[in-house]
Write a protein that binds this ligand. Structure first.
Ligand code: NAD
Length: 444
């Protein structure tokens, strides 16, 4: 059993805290958002993440997982102190480190004995040095001599499968030159590491860059396939067949090569941009990363372009049914979601939206609740009532095999805009609906 403190109870902090408590550790989670801490203490989970609620509740009940807004006792508690606060984009796209720096300063003000400060937030190369400096500066103010190590331990969990990823990580990247810190992290991660050694120990700069490289590679795969989709539709090819044709090559593989309505979420857009800014700051123009972003920006407008063309640009007074608000399935997160761009373009053009999402309706209500051109529906088929056409934006399992005849009977203008290529165009057309997909040859 180890004593762990975690700053930040968002997707990363809360999931990490709950999974570490599940392995028997005593975890204290600190957040500056008092409302969130109160809800967590009552067993209410502020985000939707499969499997999270039960492990938070059971570990809280057994006393292994606690929540607080008070930093000083939490810092006194932890032999390992994790930083898992947000690193949103600055105005110019670089990572905004103010929250990380603030936590570092707080740790410096209260640290009384050796601890390992473990940075889980996604941060630019060199941040471990800045965290170390911020802690040391506060110790100097107090004229205190306390030993500590700063380790980069980037997080690779996927929203929608975060608990599973945290309990069964593909790899655990640990960036440090301190053998003392490595020993403590080996002990902490031992229960996650039983099957084979997943821990990859490296220097801290390489660890920081590893996280950006992973996200940039994944974003590149998506933009690459969207580029191929855009070529496919112009030359009369079906990108879905091309996808299967190339995925069969083991050097390419089938995973993460789905074309669609663009990537969103809190990580890919900001991390690709931040890496580009880091490269720029070091005198290198990362042209590939710029292209990955540009393709994605354009792709997020793809569904609107198809819908607008279908109605000859006359969208005023139309109602669009929309399935999927979250940026991907199994989450309620709408940060940078493709649905948001589509809705905003539709509203701009004078159309109304009737939307359904299995989990993100509360989040949509928070973001757009005061609009009268958005109706949030309780059931998928409700969204179609009084709508002209249907656009599918998120590939939730619940949307995979709908009753096309019922859809046809409900829509005023029977057409489906399939932003994730979920459907077989022939099946949709046989049901009497027009079909528009991404890169499926016949869209132009
Ligand atoms: P989030 O926005 O969901 O949560 C951040 C939390 O930190 C909030 O609850 C906020 O109130 C809290 N916070 C801010 N300042 C604080 C302070 N001084 N003390 C205590 N708490 C404070 O963020 P997230 O999605 O969990 O991401 C956190 C970091 O992890 C980011 O750097 C992100 O890039 C990275 N990351 C995220 C994911 C993901 O899927 N969401 C995956 C891997 C890495």
């Amino acid at each position: 059993m180890m004593k762990v403190t975690i700053f930040g109870t968002g997707y990363v902090g809360l999931v990490t805290g709950a999974c570490l408590a599940e392995m028997g550790n005593h975890v204290v989670c600190v957040d500056i958002d008092a409302g969130k801490v109160d809800r967590l203490k009552r067993g209410e989970i502020p985000i939707y993440e499969p499997g999270l609620e039960s492990i938070v509740q059971s570990n809280h009940a057994s006393g292994r997982l606690d929540f607080t807004t008070e930093a000083a006792p939490a810092i006194a508690h932890g032999e390992l102190i994790f930083i898992a606060v947000g690193t949103p984009p600055d105005e110019d796209g670089s990572a905004d480190l103010q929250y990380v720096q603030k936590v570092a300063g707080t740790i410096g003000r209260h640290l009384q004995r050796y601890a390992v400060v473990v940075n889980k937030s996604t941060v630019p190369v060199g941040t471990a040095d800045r965290v170390r400096e911020a802690i040391a500066a506060e110790l100097a103010v107090r004229q205190a001599t306390v030993e500590f190590d700063v380790v980069s331990n980037p997080e690779f969990l996927k929203e929608g499968a975060a608990v599973e990823d945290c309990l069964r990580p593909d790899r655990i990247v640990v960036g440090t030159s301190s053998t003392r810190a490595v020993a403590l992290l080996r002990k902490l991660y031992a229960p996650f590491n039983r099957n084979h050694d997943r821990m990859v120990v490296m220097d801290e700069r390489s660890a920081e860059l590893t996280k950006y490289a992973a996200n940039a590679m994944l974003a590149t795969k998506i933009s690459f396939m969207n580029e191929i989709a855009n070529i496919a539709e112009r030359v009369g090819a079906d990108v879905e067949l091309v996808r299967q044709g190339i995925g069969s090559d083991p050097r390419i593989g089938y995973s993460f090569i789905y074309p669609g309505a663009g990537y969103g979420g809190s990580c890919f857009p900001k991390d690709v941009q931040a890496l580009e800014r880091t490269a720029h700051a070091h005198g290198y123009e990362a042209r590939l990363l710029g292209a990955v972003e540009a393709v994605n920006r354009q792709q997020k407008g793809k569904l609107f372009e198809l819908i607008s063309r279908h109605f000859d640009g006359r969208l005023a007074g139309r109602t669009i049914a929309l399935w999927g608000l979250a940026f991907k399935p199994n989450t309620d997160d709408m940060r940078e979601a493709s649905s948001r761009r589509l809705m905003e373009q539709l509203w701009e053009a004078g159309a109304k939206v009737r939307a359904f999402d299995p989990e993100a309706r509360g989040e949509a209500q928070r973001l757009y609740g005061d609009r009268d051109d958005l109706v949030l529906c309780e059931h998928a088929m409700d969204a179609l009532q009084g709508a002209d056409v249907l656009a599918v934006v998120t590939e939730w399992k619940a949307f995979r095999s709908p009753d096309f005849r019922a859809i046809r009977a409900t829509l005023a203008v029977p057409a489906i805009f399939d932003g994730r290529n979920l459907y077989d165009p022939l099946v949709v057309e046989e049901a009497g609906l027009a079909y528009y997909g991404i890169g499926r040859g016949r869209s132009l």
